[in-house]
Design a protein around this ligand. Structure first.
Ligand code: CTP
Ligand SMILES: C[C@](O)(CO)[C@H](O)COP(=O)(O)O
Length: 236
């Protein structure tokens, strides 16, 4: 039996090494709350989401122990060495009532600024086919650097997109695609890559470019500004 709504797997088992903080970045403060709390609150506010499966680093002692947000269940499970391993673990830990053909969302804990209306557009359009992902067409010129840090060549920009999250796929198809990529020794950088390798054609759904992934220390100031806006983005 499927559920009348979407669960979201939230990979949050990373170490945040590129930030260089004294703890994993998902547990660093932004605008008075933990980074992860902003992200989970944003996700739980979306009416189409019915539950969150947060994937934590094994032995994570910093998890604040949330079990419910906006009257929606929050569950946790241990993740793996790579993001894709954590996503697969999250899929496996979802409640039994979610069957293989149900769509699920995957959204990085490190992306606290996702807009609710962008999520609605993804859910409303990508569910008609193989699933899809939020992203944005590349708007800057793209350079390939040589070993000396110089521009070796300019990459073609047409039909190039930046991939964001959430990404939305059927639980069974995504699990199988992730397992197959792992079996082939391929570390996929997002769920769509695994689906592409499995022969699917994920739909690209354009979303706001302020859906930033907090990756370095410099990203915290921008995230703080974006989160400080009067109303959660997408409800303005
Ligand atoms: N083994 C991993 C690695 C990453 N992630 C999660 O995947 C998201 C995107 O990954 P990234 O931004 O690279 O986070 P980190 O891996 O923590 O960053 P870094 O590479 O700087 O250590 C983050 O929410 C991170 O917690 C995860 O669940 N499991
Ligand atoms: C999934 C993702 O956020 C899409 O852009 C990105 O691939 C994550 O990369 P990371 O190196 O694991 O942060």
């Amino acid at each position: 039996m499927s559920t009348p709504g979407l669960w979201c797997v939230v990979p949050a088992a990373g170490r945040g090494l590129r930030v260089g903080g004294d703890r994993p970045k998902q547990y660093l403060p932004i605008a008075g709350r933990l980074l992860i709390e902003h992200t989970l609150d944003r996700l739980a506010r979306h009416p189409g989401i019915v539950g969150l499966m947060v994937v934590l680093s094994p032995g994570d002692a910093l998890w604040p122990g949330l079990d419910n947000l906006h009257r929606k269940p929050v569950r946790t499970t241990p993740g793996g060495a790579e993001r894709c391993d954590s996503v697969l673990a999250g899929l496996q830990a979802l409640p039994a009532e979610i069957d293989e053909t149900d769509f699920v969302l995957v959204h990085d804990a490190a992306r606290p600024c996702v807009r609710l209306d962008d999520m609605s557009r993804l859910i409303g359009t990508a569910g008609a086919g193989d699933g899809g992902l939020l992203g944005a067409p590349l708007r800057d010129t793209l350079k390939r650097a040589d070993e000396g840090g110089r521009s070796a060549l300019t990459e073609p920009r047409d039909q190039r997109w930046r991939a964001f999250t959430p990404q939305m796929f059927r639980r069974g198809a995504l699990s199988a695609a992730l397992r197959e990529a792992s079996r082939r020794g391929i570390t996929v950088s997002d769920e769509a890559m695994a689906m592409e390798l499995a022969g699917h054609a994920p739909l690209l759904v354009e979303g706001a470019e302020d859906n930033i992934k907090v990756t370095t220390a410099a990203d915290f100031a921008l995230a703080e500004f974006l989160l400080g806006r009067t109303a959660p983005a997408g409800e303005e």
